[in-house]
Design a protein around this ligand. Structure first.
Ligand SMILES: [Fe+2]
Ligand SMILES: [Fe+2]
Length: 260
């Protein structure tokens, strides 16, 4: 995720805050995905700074910050200042650390898959209108429409496979308290899909000039940029909840170690 909110980023560069405050997370949760899993309210900060906590969720805070020239200690201090539960806050990340595997599967379908199935045709329609009106003068809009179309089709297949193959296997693991495990091949393929979607989101953000409303050609284009930014935000949370919460829980219960 590229850095998209410059004022906030500048704050991180310039504050020079004390390093003494410690991030209130458990010692094991030092990866971006682990931090968001434990404290969902941190997702909004990571979104603003362009720190990839979903597909890049295995990075440590320190490595991820250094790759974007951000000071890890300052970011940690900012995270430490966040208070309480923001389940329905800006990031949309949910507090699911204690959820059962069944509840997680239900939640992912109702909170992410169903809304995504509603949003994607709407975005396709908006893109088609913008391409018709402005495609001849703006090739990036045409590329965006093509990339979105591929991503949509990939996501439709991906969600279908999760609902038909992966989630039933996860529920079986839960019902048996381990003893069985989801097909490694399917897990690896779904994980690859997440990475591809993450890459496509980055490209779409670039083609859309960071979704800045002032880059829009018209009102429809402005609506499109808003919808696409929401699409990105929700997918980050969605992929995080699968990669960093559901999959590790299932692997732990089925006795597997590590991540794909
Ligand atoms: Fe999903
Ligand atoms: Fe997924």
């Amino acid at each position: 995720m590229p850095v998209s909110h410059q004022p906030f980023t500048h704050l991180v560069y310039k504050l020079g805050m004390s390093h003494s405050e410690q991030l209130p997370i458990s010692p094991g949760a030092n990866t971006l995905g682990g931090i968001v899993a434990e404290r969902p309210q941190t997702a909004a900060v990571f979104e603003r700074l362009g720190l990839d906590y979903c597909c890049g969720g295995q990075q440590t805070l320190e490595d991820a910050c250094r790759s974007l020239d951000l000071e890890p200690e300052t970011v940690a201090t900012l995270l430490a200042t966040l208070d309480g539960d923001t389940t329905d806050g800006e990031s949309g990340a949910h507090d699911l650390g204690d959820a059962s595997i069944d509840d997680l599967c239900d939640h992912i379908v109702t909170a992410h898959h169903d809304p995504l199935r509603e949003a994607m045709p709407r975005i396709s329609e908006l893109l088609a209108k913008v391409v018709r009106a402005h495609g001849s003068e703006d090739p990036e809009v045409v590329q965006l429409a093509e990339l979105f179309s591929q991503t949509r089709s990939g996501l439709e297949t991906h969600m279908h496979r999760e609902e038909e193959l992966l989630f039933p296997a996860c529920r079986e693991v839960a019902a048996n308290q381990g003893g069985v495990s989801p097909d490694d091949q399917i897990l690896a393929e779904l994980d690859d899909d997440h990475r591809s979607v993450g890459d496509a989101l980055k490209q779409m953000r670039t083609l859309s000039h960071d979704y800045r409303p002032e880059s829009a050609h018209c009102t429809t284009h402005r609506v499109l940029l808003h919808e696409m930014q929401e699409f990105e935000r929700d997918l980050h949370v969605h992929i995080h909840e699968e990669n960093n919460i559901l999959f590790p829980k299932v692997r732990e219960m089925s006795g597997q170690v590590g991540n794909s």
